[in-house]
Design a protein around this ligand. Structure first.
Ligand code: F6P
Length: 369
């Protein structure tokens, strides 16, 4: 028996896109329609409500089974997304053309009331789900769905998008082996992940890298060079170094490209730094490949499709059971619900002594420590 009395819900996607977003949308729409609920999609995070003039077809669009047909396997998001539209810190032009961050969350609540929206399904990472938690505190019925290629959301074993990113990175690292070996070079591969090293760690092990540098284990570049020279002495004249964009040297800091108002800082550049240092210290020709946004593209893997569909359907079941202020989480073999406040309280980083790190060490992979 439904406890929800829901008639109409909204759904949005926020932050960086991740493979599986469309599968979540489809599962939520189809599951909601089955219960007789209407679903509305907000364009580009909350911008569909703030900037309706940008959208000739409407900043909020009706989603039906018909218009979510055939999207499970598609990357990106049919709703669009943004990481510049935080309604709690919305970049706003003030006096004298000075920009400041404004809390516009009450405008969203008023708009929902006007449209008779009973609940929101917020699909996003830590930023979007922290926003969702604030809405929950203000009384809106909200269910979060954990998305990010970085896998840095707490209280869920995995976020959707991560498996696709790791699979692609592994494939790329695999492809670099032959050219590295042919030219007897060092290949440095920089991968995304922000302040968590999950993508670097998992793809580095699966792609049989020789060195993996992650934010959780600060490195000494001399130890990285020593590992490469050691391989040379063993007649392995090439090496693969996987570097997380948030990796930093012992006593050093994260390589930041920039920070704009209303959004998180952008990371990048550590691959180049590490490559130059390796070349200087070892005398070996070194090349850098930055995988960057390629990790966010393409079709979701089977794992991500399935988990996204499970998350989308579970979000609707949560609303139907009268839940709010929770995030759908994977706790194998099932999905469960955890308070949004717990999921966004802290970042899930790689525990330096977890079995995956120990496995890498047992396999002879260096963390430069
Ligand atoms: O959080 C996902 C992510 O891809 C990070 O790994 C990366 O640091 C960031 O987003 C890049 O963001 P943008 O798309 O704004 O460059």
């Amino acid at each position: 028996m439904s406890k929800s009395k829901i008639k109409r819900i909204a759904i949005n996607t926020g932050g960086g896109d991740a493979p599986g977003l469309n599968a979540v949308i489809r599962a939520a729409v189809v599951s909601a329609e089955k219960r007789g609920w209407e679903v509305y999609g907000i364009r580009d995070g909350y911008n569909g409500l703030f900037l309706p003039e940008r959208y000739p077809e409407g900043g909020v669009i009706r989603l039906t089974r018909k218009n979510v047909r055939g999207i499970t396997h598609l990357g990106g998001t049919i709703l669009g997304t943004t990481n510049k539209g935080n309604p709690l810190k919305y970049p706003t032009k003030g006096k004298g053309d000075k920009w400041y961050e404004k809390d516009r969350s009450d405008e969203i609540l008023r708009a929902f009331k006007k449209m008779k929206i009973d609940a929101l399904i917020a699909i996003g990472g830590d930023g979007s789900l922290s926003i969702a938690n604030e809405f929950a505190k203000k009384g809106l019925r909200v269910i979060g769905v954990p998305k990010t290629i970085d896998n840095d959301l707490d209280k869920t074993v995995i976020t959707f998008g991560f498996d696709t990113a790791v699979s692609f990175a592994t494939d790329c690292i695999g492809r670099l082996h032959s050219t590295a070996q042919a030219h007897q070079r060092v290949m440095v591969v920089e991968v995304m992940g922000r302040y968590a090293g999950w993508i670097a760690l998992n793809s580095g092990i699966s792609g049989t890298a020789d060195v993996i540098l992650i934010p959780e284990i600060p490195y000494d570049i001399n130890k990285v060079a020593a590992k490469i020279k050691d391989r040379d002495r063993g007649h392995r004249y090439f090496s693969i170094v996987v570097v997380a964009e948030g990796a930093k040297a012992i006593g050093g800091s994260t390589s930041v490209i920039g920070k704009e108002l209303g959004r998180a800082e952008r990371l990048g550049g550590i691959g180049e730094t590490v490559a130059h240092q390796i070349q200087d210290l070892t005398g070996k020709e070194t090349r850098v490949v930055v995988l960057g946004h390629l990790l966010r593209g393409g079709a979701p893997t089977t794992f991500d499709r399935l988990i996204s569909l499970r998350f989308g359907a579970a979000a609707i079941r949560a609303l139907d059971e009268g839940k709010s202020g929770v995030m759908v989480a994977l706790d194998p073999p099932t999905v469960r619900y955890v308070p949004l406040a717990d999921a966004t309280h802290r970042m899930k980083t790689v525990p330096p002594n977890c079995d995956t790190v120990l496995t890498a060490r047992d396999l002879g992979i260096s963390f430069g420590d």
